[in-house]
Design a protein around this ligand. Structure first.
Ligand SMILES: [Zn+2]
Length: 384
């Protein structure tokens, strides 16, 4: 039996070092006794210190519990050490973990949905379910969990053997026959579990499902509880306040206003596209030469539209910008790929295209001029 299971409240203890193993990524020590929670069952390891040194990871292998440290300078076998478990982290993990028991119980008992797995991350915890969760179930389950928190059901832990389980309705079959650790929540849930939990549901304070995604035929439910739930609401509030101020509307008008802004943007884009085509046509009207080489300050879209018009008129055009952007339009009059090839070998030109058009970037601004000169030489050869 692990000591954190015997007394979850011990967060400071003295022990002695039993073994020290040095590996490439750190030092792994075992203690004569430890209250640290090793990662397992979806719950991350405790954090804390051993003689002031930060514990980077805790995990178990067989009967041993390893504590990973960055170095072992100052630590020797058998020396007494002062161990501290980070209370805030432990509490947070206990809250998220207990919230999972409650959510799992509610989903199963009220909606017939099984929990398949549980994972606790730094921001969210998730469970995966066997069935897809509808929006309605999501809202009802969330409310039900909060109602149970309000009822402040006690959470108790005790041990039974397989043969004296009596009529305890374990939620899931357990792997062991003896010393089954049963975590009971009020009269709603009995679960064989080795994790850490709160003592009563009021410690969960608030429960919020933050997202539901489709996952392997079921759903992945993201949730937060306790301090994490308040943090989530603060962040949400902050983001919404900024949106409200930016758009000058109230909360209830916000979705409508965002849709309006998107529709306006789409209309502007359409108008801009049409204007670009008109402008391109007007700009190329004045080109009389068969070949155009010109530095421009136009956007890509306008340059492309100009190129298209010029190609229709069987003209060749090379447009380039100060930022290194280069377009070469040859249409059917020449092979753009062949035209660029010699310059490509000499300069750092990133880009491509087909026989009628090439586009790309010259990365080094000093190379733009020489690159264009080389293209120009190619064009003169074409005309010969
Ligand atoms: Zn548990």
């Amino acid at each position: 039996m692990k000591l954190y299971q015997v007394d979850q409240d011990v967060l400071r203890f003295t022990s002695r070092i039993r073994s020290v193993k040095e590996k490439e990524d750190g030092v792994y020590i075992t203690l004569h006794s430890t209250y640290f929670y090793p990662e397992g069952g979806g719950q991350p390891a405790d954090q804390g210190t051993v003689n002031g040194k930060e514990v980077l990871d805790v995990f178990s292998e067989g009967e041993e519990i390893y504590h990973k440290l960055a170095s072992f300078s100052g630590l020797t076998i058998n020396m007494p050490v002062e161990c501290v478990i980070d209370q805030k982290v432990r509490e947070d993990h206990s809250i998220q973990h207990t919230a999972q028991h409650v959510l799992t119980a509610v989903l199963k008992d009220q909606f017939g949905v099984e929990t398949l797995s549980f994972h606790m991350g730094k921001v969210h915890a998730t469970i995966d379910t066997d069935l897809e969760i509808s929006e309605e179930v999501r809202l009802q389950a969330e409310q039900e969990v909060n109602d149970l928190i309000g009822k402040n059901l006690p959470v108790s832990t005790y041990y039974r053997d397989k043969y004296n389980l009596g009529d305890i309705p374990l939620r899931k079959a357990v792997q062991v026959d003896s010393n089954i650790r049963i975590v009971q929540i009020g009269e709603i849930d009995w679960c064989g579990c080795g994790g850490t939990h709160v003592k009563s549901l009021k410690d969960l304070r608030l429960f919020k499902i933050t997202a539901v995604e489709k996952y392997k035929g079921g759903s992945r439910i993201f949730y937060v509880a306790g301090e994490r739930a308040y943090r989530y609401l603060y962040d949400m509030e902050d983001a919404i306040s900024k949106l409200k101020a930016e758009l000058g509307v109230n909360l209830d008008e916000l979705p409508f206003r965002v849709r309006q802004v998107k529709e306006e943007r789409d209309e502007y884009r359409k108008a801009y596209g049409a204007l670009t085509l008109d402008l391109a046509r007007a700009l190329v009207e004045n080109y009389e030469e068969d070949t155009v080489v010109q530095e421009v300050e136009y956007e890509d879209e306008l340059i492309k539209a100009m190129g298209n018009h010029l190609m229709k008129k069987e003209k060749i055009a090379v447009f380039y910008r100060k930022d290194g952007r280069i377009f070469i339009f040859t249409g059917e009059s020449a092979d753009a790929k062949e035209l660029v090839r010699p310059a490509r070998e000499e300069f750092r030109f990133r880009g491509g295209g087909g026989k009628t058009m090439q586009q790309g970037f010259i990365e080094v601004s000093e190379e733009i001029g020489p690159f264009i000169s080389r293209i120009y030489e190619g064009l003169l050869k074409l005309e010969l």
